[in-house]
Design a protein around this ligand. Structure first.
Ligand code: AMP
Ligand code: GLY
Length: 430
């Protein structure tokens, strides 16, 4: 039996998914849309497909005779691409629009957590600018201002002062920095503690937890500078206690899946709660309806089972029949970004040295394309993620950086403290 797959997305996450799917003996043709230079190693890229357009995706799935569509990013999920495919009888890995609301509406996520008894920061939602500002004043400025809808990872501002909070509320509600996504803002209490990403595969009933991992969001060493999509990752976090890990699995992920199912929003795909380990226990920072990026790049190399069988099991509601196993190794992923990212940056810079990387080290390409002559060049902010695996985090880290140093492009920058010893020991910054 061979399964043709249409994979949606164009990040390092999608290259990692393609790489892992390609290890399955049951994979037929793999088509990616829009894809990147990484996914192109495994099959055709439909680079002109608008993956946020449900009808266009349905037509593309038919034209490549897809037996399964795997949706990487959140935007197509929020637009109902999974629903449109399901309506046509095409199996999908990725939740329906109503189940994905757990990511695309922070208001919905908060209501669900309140009903299901899932621990999260106290928060209030505002549609009125003056009331939001008055509330920020009453908190003395220490709060977190979040756009309600999807804002490509940029809609969250952690504030220390009332001025900062007001500026964040103004940017979201008045200047519409995130479009309609910021018309409503959530003002949340500021939490403290180390962060970890929890991930699970689920078909709405069975939940298969993945190992934990840790992203590094700020652009510069020591967690300085603005937040990015993620500059590096490691797995597992040795500082996370078994007790906290199991509380997150039972009291967050499994409760959320059950609460969604109980409200008729059966969840099929990857569910990823971002967690903060506070002095009063693990609390949810946000829910994501997909695999994290760069978390996927650090997790999938640890998966010893067949990813195609897992995605297929999720899509058909038969995850319970599929093995989902992980090795005990550690992985470290270091992202190399374009000069200027997360602000404006140039693209089209030739990338050298990828072929010099050790055979057992993965270079997952993100904003990278092949030009007409077949030269690899930059095409985005996060360009690639170098991932090394070893029995210990220390060795994985050393090998990741040893290989990063062989790759270069004009303006390239990366953090030098991904999985640094102090961070790995405590989960906190340096
Ligand atoms: P998000 O875009 O929701 O992942 O948030 C980006 C970052 O903002 C998180 O990784 C946290 O470091 C920080 N953050 C979000 N919510 C809170 C909170 N309630 N308290 C403190 N930091 C937060
Ligand atoms: N690495 C953060 C995210 O994917 O949302």
């Amino acid at each position: 039996m061979s399964t043709n797959v249409l994979l949606l997305g164009s990040g390092g996450r999608e290259h990692a998914i393609a790489w892992k799917l390609a290890q399955s003996p049951d994979l037929g043709a793999l088509t990616s849309a829009p894809g990147n230079a990484g996914t192109a190693q495994y099959g055709e890229n439909l680079d002109a497909l608008d993956i946020d357009n449900p009808q266009a995706v349905v037509e593309a799935a038919a034209s490549v005779r897809a037996d399964l569509v795997v949706i990487g990013p959140e935007a197509p999920l929020a637009r109902g691409v999974a629903d449109a495919l399901t309506a046509e009888g095409v199996p999908v890995f990725g939740p329906s629009m109503s189940a994905a609301e757990i990511e695309w509406s922070k208001a919905f996520a908060k209501e669900l957590m309140a009903e299901a008894g899932i621990a999260t920061g106290r928060a209030a939602m505002f549609e009125d600018f003056d009331m939001a500002v008055a509330f920020a004043h009453s908190r003395g400025g220490s709060c977190v201002v979040k756009a309600d809808g999807l804002a490509a990872g940029k809609g969250v501002v952690v504030c220390d002062t009332t001025d900062e909070a007001i500026a964040a509320i103004e940017a979201s509600m008045m200047d519409r920095a995130f479009g309609d996504a910021g018309a409503r803002v959530l003002i949340e209490e500021r939490l403290h503690g180390p962060e970890t990403s929890a991930h699970a595969f689920t078909d709405g009933t069975t939940v298969a937890h993945m190992p934990f991992s840790c992203d590094h969001k700020p652009v510069f060493d020591g967690d300085e500078g603005p937040n990015t999509g993620g500059m590096g990752v490691y797995s597992p976090p040795g500082w996370l206690t078994d007790d906290d890990a199991s509380r997150i699995e039972r009291e967050v992920t499994e409760r959320a899946v059950a609460a969604l199912a109980a409200s008729g929003r059966e969840y099929r795909g990857a569910l990823y709660p971002g967690m903060m380990l506070t002095s009063s226990g693990p609390k949810v920072i946000e829910f994501n309806c997909r695999l994290g990026d760069p978390e996927a790049e650090a997790l999938l190399p640890r998966l010893t089972s067949d990813l195609l069988a897992i995605c297929d099991g999720v899509a058909h509601g038969r995850l319970a029949e599929v093995p989902v196993e992980w090795d005990d190794d550690a992985t470290v992923g270091v992202v190399m970004a374009s000069g200027g990212y997360p602000g404006s940056y140039e693209t089209g810079q030739p990338i050298t040295g990828v072929e010099d990387v050790d055979e057992d080290v993965q270079v997952f390409l993100a904003g990278a394309r092949l030009d007409a002559d077949g030269t690899l060049q930059t095409a985005g902010g996060r360009v690639l993620c170098v991932v090394a695996k070893a029995p210990t985090l220390g060795e994985a880290r050393e090998r990741a950086y040893d290989n990063v140093r062989r790759i270069d492009f004009e303006g390239a920058h990366y953090r030098t403290d991904i999985a640094a010893p102090a961070r790995v020991a405590s989960g906190q910054g340096l």
